[in-house]
Design a protein around this ligand. Structure first.
Ligand code: ATP
Ligand code: MG
Length: 326
């Protein structure tokens, strides 16, 4: 491995792979920052976003839970396909490289590599700090992208249906003189692609972090499918977008943004079918329910980590968040 040399090496996938292999060998997922030169930018429900000193200007999102090389290749090509299909549907996506890392004696992991975007353009920053007009401009921009995607789904001939997690905190908004520009999605680690009721992503990836006894229960209850289904319903996606205002500490802005959502639901009533408007109460209830589900999912994963690291004293594969303020 040659020495890092700024932007030049960031474009070199072979170099990045070598850095990530080295990082992975030294990583204790139960304690990711124990090693120097790594910063956790954000914990997702499934992946962890890391910044490595050895890859300046890049964000590396680590996805574990892949059984073997085949599962890894399937996941990689699904993410690539998802990004291409989103772009073809009119949704801008941040450049993303999907890199598999195979370290001897370990389960494979995949890193999604993206340029590190300026914090000022991230949706969560704008949601927390921008003035009302800018924040509402962001909401409108995302709603336009959501309709484009919904409309493109209707015109697809391959029977697939695509969705996105539309929370503002998953988009980067370039700033223009006329306010926030066309947003680019960067949260693409969970490809929401289904054909009928059947998901393209191997749902076992989500269950891999759950204690084995509970996995059977989740499978029988179709818990993961049910959770993912709401991303395909325009009203639910909008409720989720607004619910995220609570997580980001700005529930005071829900009512104004809900007006924009309701104008959007009304404008597309012919396409979406008439959907009940949303109000702040609907958003609070939706958020409370979602947060409780995610908290439970996190608790069972922590239980699995406890069993594996403390009782069985085996290696643990996942980077889990600490306490999340929901
Ligand atoms: N390309 C990027 N540049 C700068 N910051 C980023 C970038 N990608 C992610 N982040 C930061 O990390 C956080 C989490 O990233 P992201 O939304 O992609 O994944 P996630 O929510 O962890 O995904 P999931 O829940 O699906 O695992 C973001 O909210 C943002 O603050
Ligand atoms: Mg996210």
């Amino acid at each position: 491995m040659t020495k890092p040399n700024g932007a030049a090496c960031a474009d070199d996938t072979e170099y990045c792979t070598a850095v990530l292999e080295d990082f992975e060998r030294g990583l204790d997922p139960a304690n990711p920052t124990a090693r120097s030169g790594v910063q956790v930018l954000g914990y997702g429900e499934v992946s962890a976003a890391l910044a490595l000193e050895a890859l300046p200007g890049q964000v590396c999102k680590r996805m574990a839970g892949l059984r073997d090389r085949d599962a890894t290749e399937r996941y990689q090509s699904l993410v690539d396909h998802y990004i291409r299909a989103l772009r073809a549907s009119g949704v801008a996506v941040v450049d993303t490289r999907v890199v598999a890392v195979h370290a001897a004696g370990r389960r494979p992991v995949v890193y999604l590599l993206q340029p590190r975007l300026a914090a000022g353009g991230l949706g969560n920053t704008l949601l927390r700090e921008a003035d009302d007009a800018t924040m509402l401009g962001c909401v409108d921009r995302v709603l336009v992208a959501l309709f484009d995607l919904w409309d493109a789904n209707r015109r697809r001939s391959d029977g697939l249906e695509l969705a996105v997690d539309a929370q503002l905190s998953n988009w980067h908004f370039p700033s223009t003189e006329a306010g926030p520009g066309t947003p680019a999605l960067f949260d693409v680690g969970t490809p929401y692609v289904r054909r009928g009721a059947s998901y393209q992503i191997d749902l076992e990836i989500f269950l891999a972090a759950v204690p084995p006894l509970l996995r059977a229960y989740y499978r029988r209850a179709r818990a993961v499918e049910e959770y993912l289904d709401h991303y395909f319903d325009p009203r639910s996606v909008a409720l989720d977008l607004l619910g995220n205002f609570h997580k980001e500490g700005r529930p005071d802005r829900v009512a104004k943004a809900a007006d924009r959502v309701n104008a959007w639901l009304a404008a597309h009533a012919a396409e979406f079918g008439h959907r009940r408007p949303v109000d702040a109460g609907d958003v609070a209830r939706f958020y409370a329910h979602d947060a409780a589900q995610l908290e439970l999912f996190l608790k069972v994963r922590r239980l699995d980590r406890f069993i594996r690291t403390r009782l069985l004293r085996t290696r643990y594969d996942f980077v889990l968040p600490g306490a999340i303020r929901r």
